[in-house]
Design a protein around this ligand. Sequence first.
Ligand SMILES: [Zn+2]
Length: 100
Amino acid sequence: MRGEIDTLWGQLQQALSELDHVVVYVGANGSEQAIAHAAKLPASKVTFVGCTCGLPYKESMVRSAGLASARRVVCECGGHRTMGRIFTRFMETGELLPSS
Ligand SMILES: [Zn+2]
């Protein structure tokens, strides 16, 4: 599993400069790598989605990656419903999130 994820990150990284925006789910554990990869993009191109469990720790990771100004979306634990909603909205409208 870990190896597969590394491979996917490698592929994503090559495409990163061509991406308009990335949505990163921040779970309670194991999000350090995702955040580190996201940090290769400007904060304006990054949205973090996560539940409030361990929020101070998540915030400190985001801040130390230099992404303090990235957009945050608070979601339910696990994030499946919210990530699904973001995906569906994007497929239907081309909009990532409701503008605010
Ligand atoms: Zn939670």
